[in-house]
Design a binder for this molecule. Structure first.
Ligand SMILES: C[S@@+](CC[C@H](N)C(=O)[O-])C[C@H]1O[C@@H](n2cnc3c(N)ncnc32)[C@H](O)[C@@H]1O
Length: 320
């Protein structure tokens, strides 16, 4: 079994993709959002270290072979780090990963992030990440690629993410390749529940919301093979049979949860459906007493599990 150290673990999407290879175990997971930790611990045997990663000392992390993490990028600020803002505990989260891999030199480092990481801060952010990996001993042993979930994970979501895999040993690197595209066989009908009624709170009905939203929705939403979005004043129709990229701010302000038309009416996706749109398996459990807002955020923050799993399978082949 390869031992995994999972940072910024969230609700464990990356962990799940690796565990499903049956060749790994999570020996350490860190995540400081107590609600995400609650969801995580409902599904995994690992007890999460829920301290801020800055407060974790190196000798508190057990031995591991593989480090994984989708570090928060929104706040990434190389400039802030360079200037040494001591009170900035959000802009330097990649450097917290570096602090650990620099010393521990794991056999594999797996990073996931938004596609825009490459262009962030005129390319400086990405350049810095690669340089730091190289300086830690991973030079010429790094593969990275942007993969869209609908092309690489058989999941009908348009979600492009960058995956960076760094190897300590050249032989492992040489044996590794990113997964090849795979046909999209799953449809939104396989992912969402069109046949059963869900809780009334998810449906749009006449007079439930201010203004003429309901009328606009019923006029525009004529296709039950499409996922729609309400955008302040208009209804946006997405590409047929694809879920738009789920985001962490779904359900907040103008960022609405995607909508579908079912025989029971027009409704929002439920939180568990958002997890399914990320490729989570049916056995994954959500806490029953947590607010929808928190669960939508957790789903939107997470990853497409089958894409992670396909990369993890290739990593396992490379290590064997
Ligand atoms: C993009 S999400 C990762 C989600 C994860 N890959 C998943 O599948 O759910 C980043 C996570 O980092 C956590 N985080 C941010 N700052 C942190 C810190 N200083 N210490 C520990 N966790 C932190 C956030 O709470 C969030 O859950």
């Amino acid at each position: 079994m390869y031992k995994i150290c999972s940072l910024f673990a969230g609700v464990g999407g990356i962990d799940l993709g690796f565990l499903e290879t049956n060749k790994c175990e999570i020996v350490y997971a860190n995540e400081f959002d107590k609600y995400a930790v609650e969801t995580y611990e409902k599904n995994f045997n690992t007890k999460v270290d829920c301290r801020d990663i800055h407060d974790v000392k190196l000798n508190e992390i057990p031995e591991f072979d593989i480090m994984v993490g989708g570090f928060p990028c929104t706040s990434f600020s190389v400039a802030g780090y360079r200037k040494g803002f001591e009170d900035d505990r959000t802009g330097d989260l990649f450097f917290e990963m570096e602090r650990i891999f620099k010393e521990r030199k794991p056999r594999v480092i797996f990073l996931e992030n938004v596609k825009n990481l490459v262009g962030h801060d005129k390319g400086n952010t990405f350049k810095t990440i690669i340089e730091r990996l190289e300086n830690a001993g991973y030079k010429d042993k790094i593969k990275c690629q942007v993969l869209n979930a609908c092309e690489y994970g058989d999941i009908p979501q348009n979600r492009e993410r960058i995956y960076i895999v760094a190897f300590r040993d050249k032989e492992d690197y040489d044996r590794f390749q990113m997964p090849l595209p795979t046909p999209l066989d799953k449809t939104i009908k396989d992912v969402f529940n069109f046949e059963t009624k869900v809780d009334d709170k998810y449906y749009y009905t006449e007079g439930k919301y201010k203004g003429n939203i309901y009328r606009l929705l019923t006029e525009e939403m004529d296709d039950d093979n499409t996922v729609y979005q309400w955008r302040r004043k208009y209804v946006r129709k997405n590409q047929s049979n694809l879920v738009p990229t789920l985001t962490a701010n779904m359900g907040e302000g103008g960022h609405n949860v995607p909508l579908i038309k079912t025989k029971f009416g027009i409704r929002k996706l439920t939180p568990i459906e958002c997890f399914y749109a990320q490729g989570y398996p049916k056995y994954y459990k959500l806490p029953t007493d947590m607010s929808d807002a928190r669960l939508y955020k957790q789903a939107g923050n997470s990853v497409v599990v089958p894409v992670i799993n396909r990369i993890a399978e290739n990593i396992m082949k490379a290590l064997n």
